[in-house]
Design a protein around this ligand. Structure first.
Ligand code: FAD
Ligand code: DLZ
Ligand code: SF4
Length: 534
């Protein structure tokens, strides 16, 4: 029997030395359990780089813990006795170590949390589930904030988080806490279209070390049929590397992060974005430390307020808000489909083979880097899924599978709420539907596209144009009542019947020609494979 009495399972997105489960037990009285498990790697068929990122970061983190004096029991995927699931592996570890207690930090995802909550009944030891203190807002606080409100407006939540953390706040000399820069929100200054001579400084890339190379070999062998390129893997996999990436962002790119936040340039995935979400979401970096650094850049005069406020808003505003929203609305959020969308995801979301240059480029960067930046996810890929009426679960599975930063708590509110309006407007007050005009204004995509952005109908028209009006017409009953979007129907009605018919026919011709994704990519395929394997 082992002397170690507390078992501390650390999940793949809990790779922070400050994680709550590591704070209480003494190093000599604990065994840390880390598990590479088949079920987590395949419940959707994650991008190869996402699996490589997590396995490599987990292996590096285990080494760091050992160097720090912890006893770590690390189960690799190719362990012949691997039980394939978190609960199965904890059961094996309980047999090996006979702990008197399990201390675990709450899971990021609802599905995993359900499993953890059953451990107290499954195992003959005490199970303590600790809060994830890396987030600023705990579940109870978000619930309380949401309880008294009719609308869950992100901006109101964000201001509370500013007051609570003191980030970008100062005393006005009369004892009042005021936002730095004189305003709470500078979003209006963050909508510059791209310029030809932007030249963003390059994002640091990290050559795979021996651990990463070994993991990449494993991923190529075991997950070769998953979406995405593997050889181009260059993500940070340790805190030290993630700090190098953060240093580069704060030294070189944050200055222009704000103005070009919504810009899109063909062939350029990162522009002035931080590219830190993969490190943040698995725990290599912490949200508050990044916000502190952004504020320090502002205080030192090294970055303007619109960039710094925009960055901090994404993190203590949107990131915290979507997490609270997710836990408030799960499990229903997963199956919400307010607009009754039924179309399967098109095959080109996996192959990138489409003449729509904007979509092809976003899918290219998704395949090459397991990343696309926010406005690509929202206004190109997401906008297409919304106005083409793609089934929410197909869209959720795609986003969850293809991005290296995707975990359901952050992916689902963005997909169901922000892009698809599948939650019926709980998150966004109106659907973010747009024609080709928006993409043309904010990108250089349209100039060389086979479709003509200025053409409204017919075979050469930018498909976003007829799809936009087709979507508006399809959901007229509901959307004409929406005060933020309803007025658009006056424009539609002024077009007259023939023009309207033209739009609707063009959209239907385009939609009818879409090839649905072949089975094999997403959740259904993973389920069928698991059943076939017994
Ligand atoms: P930056 O542009 O540098 O932004 C800084 C940070 O702000 C990000 O690292 C991220 O932590 C946070 N952030 C920004 N926007 C959001 C947002 N809407 N929700 C939550 N956090 C935000 N982000 C994820 O981390 N995981 C996801 O699975 C994910 N899925 C998305 C799906 C859709 C449909 C949309 C529209 C957005 C999604 N986002 C997701 C948000 C955003 O696109 C990514 O966080 C961002 O592109 C990551 O790149 P970055 O680190 O360079 O971000
Ligand atoms: C995403 C993922 C993958 C691919 N693999 C593992 C794994 O093998 N072991 C692990 O501990 N976590 C993994 N994860 C993350 C989990 O699926 C899940 O997203 C987090 O535990 C949050 O609940
Ligand atoms: Fe995309 Fe339309 Fe522009 Fe082509 S013309 S790049 S399809 S928005």
């Amino acid at each position: 029997m082992s002397d170690h009495r507390v078992l501390v399972p650390i999940l793949g997105d809990q790779l922070s030395h400050s994680i709550s489960s590591l704070q209480e037990p003494s190093k000599t009285g604990a065994v840390v359990l880390m598990m590479e498990v088949w079920d987590e790697a395949t419940y959707v068929k994650h991008h190869k780089q996402k699996i490589a990122l997590l396995f490599s970061a987990m292996r590096h983190f285990a080494e760091e813990l050992r160097a720090d004096g912890w006893v770590v029991d690390y189960v690799t995927l190719d362990d012949p006795a691997n039980a394939h699931s978190f609960t199965g592996e904890v059961a094996r570890a309980v047999e090996r170590h006979t702990p008197s207690a399990i201390h675990v930090t709450e899971a990021g995802e609802w599905r995993v949390q359900q499993a953890i909550e059953e451990w107290a009944d499954t195992f003959a030891c005490e199970v303590e589930i600790l809060p994830d203190t890396r987030f600023i807002c705990d579940h109870a606080t978000f619930r309380q904030w949401a309880e008294d409100r009719k609308a869950l407006t992100m901006e109101h939540f964000y201001r509370e988080m500013r007051r609570r953390t003191g980030l970008l706040m100062h005393d006005d000399g009369k004892g009042n806490l005021r936002p730095k820069g004189g305003d709470w929100n500078f979003d209006k200054d963050n909508r510059e279209p791209p310029k030809g001579d932007m030249n963003p400084p390059p994002v640091p890339k990290f050559e795979p070390d021996a651990i990463t190379l070994e993991v990449m070999e494993l991923v190529a062998e075991r997950f070769g049929d998953h979406f995405g390129d593997l050889e181009s893997f260059r993500w940070p996999v340790t805190r030290a590397d993630a700090l190098v990436a953060a240093d580069a962002f704060f030294a070189q790119r944050i200055k222009k992060f704000g103005p070009y936040q919504d810009a899109m340039v063909h062939g350029s995935d990162d522009l002035y974005h931080s590219m830190l979400s993969t490190s943040l979401n698995c725990g290599l970096l912490l949200p508050v430390e990044l916000c502190d650094r952004a504020e320090a850049a502002y205080d030192a005069g090294a970055a303007p307020i619109n960039s710094v406020e925009g960055f901090i808003r994404q993190i203590i505003g949107w990131r915290e808000y979507v997490r609270g929203f997710y836990w408030l609305h799960m499990p229903g959020l997963e199956s919400d489909n307010e607009l009754g969308a039924t179309r399967p995801l098109p095959e080109f979301f996996w192959t990138g083979e489409t003449d729509m240059r904007c979509l092809a480029d976003c899918i290219r960067s998704t395949r090459e880097d397991a990343h696309a930046h926010h406005i690509q996810r929202l206004m190109v890929l997401g906008n297409f899924c919304l106005i083409a009426g793609i089934h929410p679960q197909a869209v959720q599975d795609w986003y969850l599978a293809v991005y290296a930063d995707a975990y359901q708590w952050v992916e689902l509110p963005n997909v169901s709420g922000m892009i698809l309006y599948a939650d019926g407007g709980k998150l966004a007050t109106k659907p973010y539907a747009a024609s080709g005009n928006y993409i043309n204004k904010m990108s250089d995509y349209c100039k060389e596209c086979r479709y003509k952005v200025a053409q409204k109908t017919g075979e050469d028209a930018c498909p976003f144009n007829p799809l936009y009006w087709h979507f508006m017409e399809t959901h007229r009953d509901r959307l004409s009542q929406n005060h933020r979007i309803g007025r658009i129907y006056a424009t539609w009605d002024r077009m007259g019947d023939a023009k309207k018919r033209d739009y609707l026919d063009s959209a239907e011709a385009f939609l009818n020609a879409l090839e649905p994704a072949r089975p094999g990519w997403a959740r259904e395929a993973a389920k069928a494979e698991k059943e076939a394997a017994g």
